[in-house]
Write a protein that binds this ligand. Structure first.
Ligand code: ADP
Ligand code: MG
Length: 499
């Protein structure tokens, strides 16, 4: 399958396509003076590829935050998070496959570099299981990979340059496709530019940039003179994902617009403001009346919300309100339906979509069509049920805490974590590999063990073996521990799937 992204038209009028798969393998460098249309070009590329591939944008000016409204990108305001927070946000964005905009607006150069490096580091360091393809767009890349030392500390420069070098030189194996744009090729570190094999060259004035561009493209310097005459939105394309020979193209329109568009000339208001002096020079409002910066919710919550918003298709509720008693009674009946679905012998191995469909059908047969939980709610019920929990634990504070921790994990692992947490809370023996595999919907014991290791690496549990080779799992911070359990036991002996 090849996916062709339409970028606009060639100067001859033919559609200009960008081969997305090729791009993932060969990376892209965009250069053009300020105002030549680079950010517009990146926006076009992001919009057109959004349905096909996960993306992230390192956005020094907050140009791209509007992608959030239209395409569901999670906007991360870097100003509001620590480097460590951003590093784990990068990792989690990959684990949960959420597209993001890292908005670095409002930070000084030093902090822009440090925080971009931390976030990129998270994308880069994530475990091999999560190496899915992803576009990583860096606008104004010379800020993050400067050719020469500037006013920032050596440490910040080293971190940032290191992250950009990793992205462009070693990212490919990890599924990261770097797409970088710069207004001054001569200001961009050479090793970072050198790794791209696709180029889009826009209007360029300075000889030194033109010379660098000609070198990169393998053109005569004389030919590169043509970059001076390009108009806004016109680029010269070259590379395996674009064209084998230099090809002139004009970038097409975008669906969204930058928040900070170029100010346009507007006719002045017709009627002159009466009493301009009194209005403009009135006493300023007291400090406290100024609008406060909204404090941001926890980043993890944002990630999870963005993710479920992307998955959820919720029918409009049209029900009249019902009494609390009725509601409790219906909930209890819905719980019964769920238990019946899960009581089937192979329920543990079926994918959630299939279980959900069966659950919906049974609810309708029971006359519960109007209170059928949606898929995300069903997932939560399933997680609890598989962990052997009834709705009675819903109000338990410690359990709330456990669910929050569970949400750090990819969704398909949460049930396993909850099952172990349940055993730890009750002091039951640690579930065997077979029981863990079953809760994960798998028959593979090796998978079960890998899964435990993974959850341990996330800092949620500590696994230990006692002198008899029995496993004990302790929940980090809560300090609940399971009783020792034989990892190799047949699942039937433990029967932790209480349905
Ligand atoms: N291909 C295009 N079609 C229409 N408008 C464009 C195009 N390219 C750029 N523009 C407009 O020109 C202005 C400058 O473009 P921008 O992408 O911000 O330039 P740069 O990022 O290179 O400084 C913006 O207002 C943008 O909307
Ligand atoms: Mg720009």
């Amino acid at each position: 399958m090849t996916v062709a992204i339409e970028m606009g038209h060639t100067t001859a009028g033919a559609p200009a396509a960008l081969d997305l798969e090729e791009l993932l393998a060969t990376r892209l460098l965009v250069q053009g003076n300020s105002g030549s249309g680079k950010s517009h070009l990146l926006r076009r590329l992001l919009e057109q590829s959004a349905p096909w591939v996960q993306q992230t944008i390192i956005d020094p000016e907050g140009d791209f935050v509007s992608l959030g409204d239209r395409f569901g990108h999670l906007v991360i305001n870097a100003e509001e998070h620590t480097e460590r927070g951003l590093q784990s946000a990068g990792e989690r964005a990959r684990i949960h496959r959420v597209s993001t905009v890292l908005n670095l607006e409002g930070l000084d150069a030093e902090n822009q570099m440090r925080r971009a490096a931390a976030f990129l580091g998270g994308l880069f360091e994530v475990a091999r299981d999560h190496w899915y393809p992803m576009l990583v767009v860096v606008d104004e890349a010379q800020l993050f990979a400067p050719a020469v030392a500037g006013e920032v500390s050596d440490e910040a420069r080293k971190l940032s340059l290191g992250a950009m070098t990793n992205l462009m030189c070693r990212g490919r194996k990890r599924g990261l496709a770097g797409i970088i744009a710069t207004q001054r090729l001569a200001k961009l570190a050479k090793n970072v530019a050198a790794e791209a094999s696709n180029f889009l060259m826009g209007r360029t004035f300075l000889d030194i940039d033109m010379a660098r561009a000609a070198d990169l493209l393998g053109m005569e310097r004389r030919q590169a003179e043509a970059f001076r005459d390009l108009e806004r939105g016109q680029f010269m394309a070259l590379g395996p994902a674009l064209s084998r020979r230099p090809l002139g193209l004009r970038i097409g329109p975008t669906d969204t617009s930058p928040r900070n568009g170029t100010p346009r000339l507007m006719p002045l208001p017709e009627s002159a403001l009466e009493d301009a002096r009194a209005i403009i020079l009135a006493a300023p409002p007291p400090e406290t009346v100024r609008p406060q910066r909204r404090s941001s919710p926890d980043l993890l919550d944002q990630l999870m919300a963005a993710k479920s918003a992307a998955l959820e298709i919720r029918p409009e509720p049209v029900e009249p309100p019902i009494s609390a008693e009725d509601l409790a009674e219906r909930r209890e009946r819905v719980d019964r339906v769920l238990r019946a679905v899960l009581a089937q012998p192979d329920a543990g191995f079926r994918v959630i979509g299939v279980l959900y469909q069966e659950f919906v059908v049974r609810c309708r047969i029971e006359g519960l069509a109007s209170v059928v939980p949606d898929l995300p709610a069903f997932r939560r019920m399933l997680t609890r049920a598989r962990a052997g929990l009834g709705s009675d634990t819903a109000g338990d504070d410690a359990w709330q805490d456990v669910s929050v921790r569970a949400s750090l994990l990819p969704e398909d692992m949460q049930g396993v974590f909850m099952m172990i947490a349940r055993a730890a809370k009750e002091g039951w023996p640690c579930p065997s590999d077979a029981a863990i595999a079953r809760a994960y919907g798998s028959h593979s014991l090796r998978r079960a063990r890998r899964l435990l290791t993974y959850i341990e690496e996330q800092g949620l549990i500590v696994c230990q073996l006692d002198g008899l080779g029995r496993r004990v799992v302790t929940l980090v911070e809560l300090a609940w521990a399971t009783a020792p359990g034989d990892p190799n036991a047949e699942e039937a002996e433990q029967g932790s799937l209480a349905v």
